[in-house]
Design a protein around this ligand. Sequence first.
Ligand code: PMP
Length: 425
Amino acid sequence: MTSATHVVTENFPPVAGRRSTFDVEKVRRDFPILHQKVNGKPLVYLDNAATSQKPESVLRTLDKYYREYNSNIHRGVHYLSERATQAYEQARQAAQHFINAGDPSEVIFVRGTTEAINLVAQTWGRRHVGAGDEIIISTMEHHSGIVPWQILCQEKGAKLRVIPINDQGELLLEEYEKLLGPRTKFVSVVHVSNVLGTINPVREIIELAHRRGVPVLLDGAQAAPHVKVDVRALDCDFYAFSSHKLYGPTGVGVLYGKAKLLEAMPPYQGGGDMISSVTFEKTVYNKVPHKFEAGTPNIAGVIGLGAAIQYLNQFDWEQVEAHEREVLAYASERISSVPGVRLIGTAREKTAVVSFVIEGIHPHDVGTILDQEGIAIRTGHHCAQPLMQRFGIPATARASLGFYSTRADVDALVAGLHKVLEVFQ
Ligand code: PMP
């Protein structure tokens, strides 16, 4: 989580300087919620793909904003408003550097990944996609990466084409190449699958699309917290992620877009702040990014996201990735050794997620029994029903890691799974 810029101002509480080594116990101390008992047992939080926990510095930033400078942004001339505006725009710069975007105006604050994808479908999509055109997605998309495109296709008479996967949960690149054709208008794929943990070969996906002049959106909801994202190195046209999975507050996220594309796109929503002048006859829109941020945004959330990024900037990304890889390998091995367990998603390139089923036991029962042990995992279709259909299962149990996850968490989970087996014996 390295970045050239550390946003340190009076708005963001100072964090300790750069950490030379990754000490997971020290990291855990930054997250107050982790230190509690649930059902009389120490909390084991393994539902980070759904949402991650927030460090003290983010909590303090939110508190400070509401206590000291809560105010609306951009239009105020008074002290509080100027300070809130400054913090909001500093968070934009923090997000810009976090994903290595070329300019802060390429960072649009939205509600989250879902809104980011809808924004692109409803603006770029509506303008450029017509009858008979095709949009390529993949089998492992979250519903947020399916439904917005389906809505667009229905409206325009366009078609969704879907990249198949193999049994390990890896995209079949040669099939993708075959799908790319003269009618392809857009490609939208997950960077990292929320069910399988697969890290997709997004560089190749983008390159193949660009050879045909087709823009690509990456759904980075599960990637941003776990792999270094560099939108310029990837050369993606759009990138979406959510703050709440990145140790920041809920209700806010980022849509990155290349400036040239954003400038040419029509606005998403109309209202305050997205205009430069309005008469009853004609409205002139504001420049990007403000053109896409109609109405009072989630000011506290954005500032909280800035604090989360500032917090993450203390860490060496390679050390974080190494830690998560180590815990993932341990988790995969230990969980798969539990009798009756089958892992769903065994891609060579994987991060942070272990999905599994246990023969003869419904995942919901697994989750409920684990909860009695203070262990939080997620069970269900994980908003990826077509992927469940691909594997011929209705649901999985999913343990997902954060960078504060430990081998001890995995040991507790495995002990819990043995309890599940006992109950069903
Ligand atoms: N895409 C993926 C891969 C996700 O995991 C999620 C969240 N589960 C989303 C999109 C949607 O994110 P949000 O609910 O924050 O908009």
